[in-house]
Write a protein that binds this ligand. Sequence first.
Ligand code: C2E
Ligand code: MG
Ligand code: MG
Ligand code: MG
Length: 288
Amino acid sequence: QVKERGRNGYAFYHDGMEAETRSRRRLEQDLRHAERHGQLELAYQPQAEVATGRVIGFEVLLRWHHPEHGPVPPDVFIPLAEATGAIVPIGTWVLRRACAEAAGWREPLGIAVNVSPVQLQRPGLVETVRATLEATGLDPSRLELEVTEGVLVRDGERALVVLNEVKALGVTVAMDDFGTGYSSLSTLRAFPFDRIKVDRSFVRDLGTSAEAAAIVRAVVGLGRGLGMPVIAEGVETAAQRDVLAANRCGVMQGYLVGQPGPIESFEALTSGSAGRDGAAGADRRGAE
Ligand code: C2E
Ligand code: MG
Ligand code: MG
Ligand code: MG
C-alpha cells in the first residue's frame, strides 16, 4: 500500500528489509521444530547406468512441508538451516533415516546423502557417520556423501582431514555440482573423491549444443584419468542420454530415470518381488 510506504524510498526499503528479516526469522524458528512436528520427509531419486538403464542407487533429497506455506524448496530452507546451525541435527536425521531405509532393501543399492559445508566444518561428522553405520548395519560401501566444493576451498585443510576419515570408514565421497565453482580442477586434484557429479547446467544443452557435448566429454575423460567415474545430473531427455552414452559417461540421474519421490514408489527396486537376486548394485560405479 503506497500510502504506508513512508516518506522516502529509504524508509520503504528499510521497512521491506525488516519485514523480510522477520519472516526469515520465523521460517528459521519453524525449521528448528520441523522434524519433531513430522514435517520433514526424504525423497529418493534413482541413479542408473547410462548404457543399460539399470538402477544402481538413489540420491536422498530432503523435503519440508510447512503447515502454512506448503512445500518449501531446499534451495530456500537449506541455507536457513545452515545459517542457524540447525542443519547439523537435521543432517544427522537425514543420514540416519536414509541409512536405515537402505539397510532394509532387498538389493544392495547405493545411497547418496548431501552433506552441508556446515556439517563438514563442525566437529562430529565422522563420529555421526560411524555411529549411523553401526546402528543401522548398512554396509559402508553402499553409502556416498555428496559435497560441493565451496567448503573445500574455504577450509581445505580441515575438510581434507574429515573426508579422509570418512573414507577410512569405507564410505565414498562424490563432488556435487561439478563445474559450477571457482576452482573445480584444483579441488579435484586436492581431494580424494570417488565420483564426480557433473552439474545439470552442462547436461541441459546436450543434444542441441556441440559445446556442451565437448565439455561433458572432457569431464568424463578427466574423471577417467583421475579414477573418478562421472555421474550426469539433470538428465531429462533420451537425446541427452544418447550423447552421454556416446561419450562413455557411466551413470545418470534425472527426470528421464525418475523424479525424486517417496521410496514406496520404487518398491519394485528396493523390496522387489521381481528382483534379480542381488545382481543389481553389486558394482555401483556402473559401466566404467
Ligand atoms: P543437488 O544435490 O545438486 O540435487 C539435485 C537437484 O536437482 C534436486 O533439487 C533435484 O530434485 C533436481 N533434479 C533432479 N533431476 C532433475 C532433472 O532432470 N531436471 C531438473 N530441472 N532438476 C532435477 P532439490 O531436491 O530441489 O535440491 C536442491 C539442492 O538442495 C540439492 O542440490 C542439495 O544441494 C540441497 N539438498 C537437498 N537435500 C539436502 C539434504 O538433505 N542436505 C543438504 N545439506 N542439502 C540438501
Ligand atoms: Mg546432491
Ligand atoms: Mg547436484
Ligand atoms: Mg545442487
